[in-house]
Design a binder for this molecule. Structure first.
Ligand code: ATP
Length: 312
């Protein structure tokens, strides 16, 4: 559905998006996850045709952003970070105005407004002034605006930014519901948001993609370096480090602060994709040390995100 190749954006000399390649299938809910300034908004603005890329191409179905950006815009509904709403208008009047701009009229318009009120939970507030709505309700009006022409793709920039926990859950539910029918791309720097809403997470750092997959794929990733905590009695730190650093699959051994007299604790960093625990056990079995602790550190989206974006 969407094919992004070598997508790059410079602001003067500064490279905000640096040769991004991305393929998104129809029906996916994809989360662009990254720290502040990673390049998420810039990427979304290029995808939606608001910014011209400095280099690279975006193809949506058979259209290229360079030849046919209008056709791409027609396929995409976009909710920017701060939804631009006419605050003095009633919700109904505002959505009617948007509908007319999109070429809807008469019964078709009434039908669409009815559907959107239902989809975005606006039934009880259609006759309220936008200015009087909570941030969560305003965001729902923005979503209805983005969905007006029933686009195949919905792009949302930080859709739950600044909302309270209840509003976040409500918006998430609406997005997931929309995602049953549409392709959704959203940006966020909130890990739980990406985990709860998205089928696939693309982590961006300093304008580059540093990870791409489902939460499950990322946390069990074959490229990750596992960490194993070990505790021994009856062994010196030097002897433990010396023995374990030669074990196949181990790339580093770091002494940890001892917690109790006679206890030696170390952290072993494994080579990417290797579970070195069986080899560690074999190496220890040949000694008279007492192995009192062996724990593989669980990888979570948070540990991976921190590992990949730490410098930022
Ligand atoms: P945030 O989560 O803070 O919104 P982001 O991941 O969306 O961040 P962008 O807004 O795309 O990141 O910004 C990427 C980088 O480009 C940042 O360093 C930002 O300061 C810079 N930048 C963004 N817009 C402009 C602009 N119009 N002119 C110059 N630099 C810009």
């Amino acid at each position: 559905m969407i094919h992004v190749e070598g997508l790059t954006k410079y602001y003067d000399e500064f490279c905000a998006v640096d040769h991004i390649d991305l393929d998104i299938k129809g029906g996916e809910i994809v989360g662009l996850l990254g720290p502040n300034g990673a390049g998420k908004t810039t990427t979304l603005r290029m995808l939606t045709g608001y910014f011209q890329p400095s280099a690279g191409d975006i193809r949506v179905k058979e259209h290229s952003i360079h030849q046919d950006s209008l056709a791409i815009k027609r396929l995409i509904g976009y909710l920017p970070e701060s939804a631009p709403l006419y605050k003095g208008m009633l919700v109904y009047d505002y959505l009617e105005h948007v509908a007319r701009i999109r070429g809807l009229d008469g019964a078709a318009m009434a039908q669409r407004l009815f559907e959107l009120a239902d989809m975005c939970g606006l039934r009880g507030i259609m006759h309220k002034t936008i200015d009087t709505l909570s941030k969560g309700l305003k965001q729902r009006v923005g979503l209805a605006h983005a969905m007006m022409s029933d686009p195949e793709i919905l792009v949302l920039d930080e859709p739950t930014s600044g909302l309270d926990p209840n509003q976040i859950v409500e918006i998430r539910e609406i997005i997931r519901k929309i995602g049953e029918q549409k392709t959704v791309i959203l940006s966020t720097h909130i890990l739980s948001e990406a985990e709860a809403t998205c089928d696939r997470i693309v982590i961006i750092n300093k304008g580059r993609i540093v990870a791409d997959g489902s939460t499950q794929e990322l946390t069990s990733g074959k490229d990750r370096q596992g960490r194993v905590q070990l505790g021994f009695m009856g062994a010196s730190t030097e002897a433990v480090v010396d023995r374990l650093k030669g074990v196949p699959g181990v790339s580093a051994v770091t002494p940890q602060t001892e917690e109790a007299p006679g206890l030696t604790r170390v952290q072993v960093l494994c080579q990417p994709g290797v579970d070195a625990r069986p080899e560690i056990y074999q190496a220890v079995k040949a000694t008279d040390w007492v192995l009192v602790e062996m724990n593989q550190e669980a990888q979570t989206l948070e540990t991976i995100f921190r590992e990949l974006t730490r410098e930022s």
